[in-house]
Design a protein around this ligand. Structure first.
Ligand code: DP6
Length: 351
């Protein structure tokens, strides 16, 4: 009996305009559009291999080497949607093997520690859906497939594309226009880099799904954010990316991270994702930009204390010198600062 198999990778994406809030929990439709940057394929990513055969007796999933349950409603929803599309294809071409009726074996692994508090569900669902879509030879576009990944985890729809990606919230009640689209390819602005500062590897105490529901239900500020702040910012950020305007991109990114965390604080009871170290990083980034009299770095924080810094490759040394200097007690890194630089640093920074 034949076994059909394919593999796909999907990288992690980090939002620069945050998705926070659902207008429909079952279809996983957001209350606002969002934008992200997908990391390079060989950075943080999930690799998923899927196999199907008439002989497999049940669907099975191995996650990082461990057999895991496939029971979750979200995963079932994704599998069902993919099987429905395959089944339509089979109905039109009797020479195709009837894979839609067969069970699947799924093997998935991350090349980064799942427990490191980094976005893993996005890459995980994106790789799962992309791998099965490839196995089933589905003709649908990446945007179309992104609607299925969205049901697994909202942010996963954006990992179906590389580079700069928007998730358009859409307005249809059935979610048929809530999908990811490319804003610009990675090669449009190739010198953009991301650095992840792992502040804590602990598991987040309020998962995104329940955290955002709580914010929608209790925060007044949230209403202001989705009505009057994000729609304008969405257009401005796309424009900044298209024109490779780092200063605007960075300011919008930092403001949006702050706005999202403000709605978390405005939830009742409040949700705290950032900690003292996160706030020191915020302060440090603003001090670095003030020191150079130029915006060379942007920070953003998801539902946890870890920072992601965006910067242009040509500014890496300028930025990292200060980051390492500020954290040298822990890093054990020799910053090779000149006495002059060090004096300027000491004078300028109140970190
Ligand atoms: C703060 O995509 O994990 O990272 O749709 O419930 O699975 P679910 O939520 P999820 O939320 C991500 C929230 C965020 C912002 C973002 O990635 O846009």
């Amino acid at each position: 009996m034949a076994i059909y198999t394919v593999s796909k990778t999907a990288p992690v994406n980090i939002a620069t305009l945050k998705y926070w809030g659902k207008r429909d929990k079952n279809l996983n439709l957001p209350t606002n559009s969002s934008i992200s940057v997908t990391l390079a394929q060989d950075d943080l990513r999930t690799l998923t291999s899927v196999a199907t055969s008439e002989t497999f007796s049940q669907d099975q999933l191995w996650l990082n080497g461990k057999l895991e349950s496939l029971e979750s409603e979200r995963t079932q929803q994704c599998l069902q949607d993919l099987r429905n599309l395959r089944s339509k294809l089979e109905a039109g071409d009797s020479s195709l093997p009837p894979m839609s009726k067969w069970n699947l074996h799924i093997v998935s692994e991350n090349n980064f520690p799942t427990a490191a508090g980094l976005a893993s569900s996005a890459a995980g669902f994106a790789a799962l859906v992309a791998a099965i879509a490839k196995l089933y030879e589905l003709p649908e576009s990446a945007s179309e497939i992104s609607k299925i990944a969205r049901k697994g985890s909202g942010s996963a729809c954006r990992s179906l594309f590389g580079g700069y990606v928007a998730w358009e919230m859409g307005s249809e009640a059935d979610g048929s226009d809530s999908k990811a689209v490319e804003v610009a390819s990675q090669s449009h602005w190739p010198d953009m880099k991301a650095a992840i500062l792992v502040v804590s590897a602990a598991k987040k105490d309020t998962p995104s799904t329940s955290g955002m529901q709580h914010t929608v239900a209790t925060s007044d500020l949230f209403q202001e954010r989705i009505r009057n702040v994000v729609p304008k910012r969405f257009e401005e950020m796309k424009q900044a990316i298209q024109s490779r305007d780092f200063a605007s991109f960075a300011e919008l990114t930092m403001r949006d991270s702050n706005s999202f965390h403000a709605t978390c604080l405005d939830s009742y009871p409040p949700i705290f994702y950032m900690n003292d170290t996160s706030r020191q990083i915020v302060k440090l980034c603003h001090q670095i930009n003030a020191f150079y009299k130029e915006t060379i770095v942007a920070y953003t924080f998801d539902a946890g204390p870890n920072a992601v810094l965006y910067y242009l490759e040509q500014n890496e040394t300028k930025l990292m010198a200060f980051i390492y200097q500020a954290f040298q007690r822990n890093s054990g890194w020799d910053s090779k600062f000149s006495a002059k630089d060090l004096a300027a640093f000491e004078e300028h920074f109140t970190f």
